[in-house]
Design a protein around this ligand. Sequence first.
Ligand code: TYD
Length: 138
Amino acid sequence: MKKCEIIKLPKVNDPRGNLSFFESEKHIPFEIKRTFWIYDVPGGEVRGGHAYKEQEEFIVALSGSFDVLIDNGEHKVIYTLNRSYFGLYVPPLHWRQMINFSTNSVALICSSTQFDDNDYIRDYKDFLEVVKNANKRL
Ligand code: TYD
């Protein structure tokens, strides 16, 4: 199974303001088919709380900070994103929840697929079952 990992992005330091970037299949391990962002999150709110069957994601805190809770069905890890030149790669079949959004934070998310509601696993028990079956096939 592919692993979740923090990816450090290029950072071009400049007294006029710093610049970072990433390119499809170069800095992140998939081709980007869709980009969305989460913003104006009221204090204490939770986003996500699902896994995907196929799609991969790359999550960057463009502004502010938040935590991403990752669960591969066996282990849970909390990643704090608080620098715009670090991102989190999330493979398929990882339950992910986003919490602790700071005021004015912006989460940028690049996905390997176009939006497809059928790719979502929204029930945690179903998720554990799918992971179990996927591990059996390995
Ligand atoms: P969803 O991914 O379910 O967000 P969360 O897990 O944080 O609740 O998306 C919320 C709604 O937005 C859902 O009705 C689907 C819609 N949506 C799109 O239409 N396109 C997209 O690319 C995304 C990410 C969501």
